[in-house]
Design a protein around this ligand. Structure first.
Ligand code: SF4
Ligand code: SF4
Length: 327
C-alpha cells in the first residue's frame, strides 16, 4: 500500500472515532456518498459520486414544526457532529451556492454548523478539469473561493498536500500530527477577476432562447421525471407539506422539483409550467440565468450527474454546447 494511502486511512480511522463520516464508497460498480462504518471502504479515486452531498445538508424531508395542543416543538435542523470526507472541488462550488441561498435559513445553518467539510482531489485542486467540467474557467486559486475546513490533495508521486480553510480545520490537522499545511483565507465566493466568464456568457444566449429548436426536441423526449434535479448538487427547490387537524398541526419541508406537476400550480388551478418544454427551459434558465443574476455564480457546477441519471439520455453537456452557438 502506498504511504499516502496509509496516511489517508489512518486519518479516516481516527476521525471515525469522533464523527459520523459520510464519504464516497463503491456500492457495486456505482460510487455513492454514504455513511461509512469502516474507514477501508472509502474510495480515494477522486471520481464524481452518483449522488450529491445535499442529501446530508438538505434532507429530502425535514420537520419544521409540530404543534400538539398548545405546545410548539421545532427541531431547527439538528445534526450530530458529521464529517463530510472527500468532497471534490465541483461539489465545494455547489456547497458555496447552497451556503449563500440558505444564509438566512436557521434549519440549514444549524445543520451546517455541525458539519466538517474535508475536501479531496486526486490531483492539484485547480486541476478539476478531470471531473469532466464543461463550462468553467479554471481558477488557480479555486480554494480561496469555496467553503471547506480541510482540503487534501494527492499531488505528484502520490504525495499528499494539506490545506486548512478554517480554524476548525487547522485544529483537526494539528491534533492529528499534521504540521505541514497551507492556510487558505476565504476571499469571497466570486473570484477577484469577476464572475466566471464562460458560464456568464451563456446568460443572455439562454435567456432569449425559448424559440430555439432544442426546447421543442426536449419537449418530445423528456419524461419530466425529476431524476436530474434530485441528483443535482445545486437544485434546492422545496415545498411545504402541512397536516392540520382540530388540535394539532405539523409542517414538513419536502424536496421538490420544477419538473413535478404541481410545482407551479397556483390557487385556482393555473400552472405557469404547464408543458414539458416550459419545465425544462425553466430548469436551465434557473441555473444559467437567474442564479448568475442573483449571486454572480453559476447555478450549475458541471458535475454531469443529471446526464448520467437521465433515463432518456438528455445530456446537459451537448445541450449547453448547442446553446453556446447561438449568435
Ligand atoms: S432526468 Fe431526463 S427525463 Fe427526467 S426530468 Fe430530467 S431531463 Fe427529463
Ligand atoms: S451538470 Fe447537471 S447535475 Fe451537475 S450541477 Fe449542472 S445541472 Fe446540476
Amino acid at each position: 500500500m502506498l504511504k499516502s494511502d496509509v496516511i489517508l486511512q489512518r486519518l479516516a480511522e481516527t476521525w471515525l472515532k469522533d464523527y459520523f463520516i459520510y464519504a464516497p464508497t463503491k456500492s457495486g460498480s456505482v460510487l455513492r456518498i454514504q455513511e461509512i462504518q469502516d474507514f477501508r471502504a472509502i474510495d480515494w479515486s477522486g471520481s464524481m459520486p452518483a449522488n450529491s452531498w445535499k442529501e446530508i445538508i438538505i434532507p429530502a424531508r425535514e420537520r419544521i414544526f409540530d404543534i400538539t395542543g398548545d405546545k410548539l416543538q421545532t427541531t431547527a435542523g439538528q445534526q450530530p457532529l458529521t464529517l463530510c470526507l472527500g468532497v471534490n472541488v465541483l461539489d465545494l462550488k455547489a456547497l458555496m451556492l447552497l451556503d449563500l441561498v440558505f444564509s438566512n435559513d436557521v434549519y440549514y445553518q444549524n445543520r451546517r454548523a455541525n458539519l466538517l467539510i474535508v475536501g479531496y482531489s486526486s490531483d492539484w485542486p485547480h486541476d478539476y478539469q478531470k471531473l469532466k467540467v464543461f463550462s468553467h474557467n479554471f481558477e488557480a486559486d479555486v480554494l480561496e473561493h469555496v467553503p471547506f475546513d480541510v482540503f487534501i490533495a494527492r499531488i505528484k508521486n502520490n504525495k499528499l498536500k494539506f490545506y486548512s480553510g478554517s480554524e476548525k480545520g487547522r485544529k483537526l490537522l494539528e491534533t492529528n500530527g499534521i504540521k505541514d499545511f497551507t492556510n487558505i483565507k476565504f476571499a469571497g465566493a466570486v473570484a477577484e477577476s469577476g464572475p466566471d466568464k464562460r458560464m456568464m456568457g451563456l446568460q443572455t444566449k439562454l435567456e432569449n432562447s425559448l424559440k430555439h429548436s432544442l426546447w421543442s426536441t426536449l419537449d418530445d423526449i423528456c419524461l419530466a421525471c425529476g431524476k436530474c434535479s434530485n441528483v443535482c448538487p445545486t437544485c434546492f427547490c422545496f415545498d411545504f407539506v402541512d397536516k392540520i387537524d382540530p388540535n394539532d398541526a405539523r409542517r414538513d419541508r419536502v424536496r421538490s422539483s420544477c419538473f413535478y406537476n404541481d410545482f407551479s400550480k397556483l390557487a385556482g388551478g393555473f400552472k405557469e409550467l404547464a408543458t414539458i418544454k416550459k419545465k425544462i427551459f425553466f430548469w436551465y434558465e434557473h441555473k444559467f440565468v437567474r442564479i448568475p443574476h442573483q449571486y454572480n455564480l453559476p447555478g450549475c457546477v458541471s458535475c454531469g450527474r443529471c446526464s448520467k441519471v437521465c433515463p432518456v439520455g438528455i445530456d446537459i453537456f451537448k445541450n449547453i454546447a448547442k446553446l453556446s452557438k447561438i449568435k
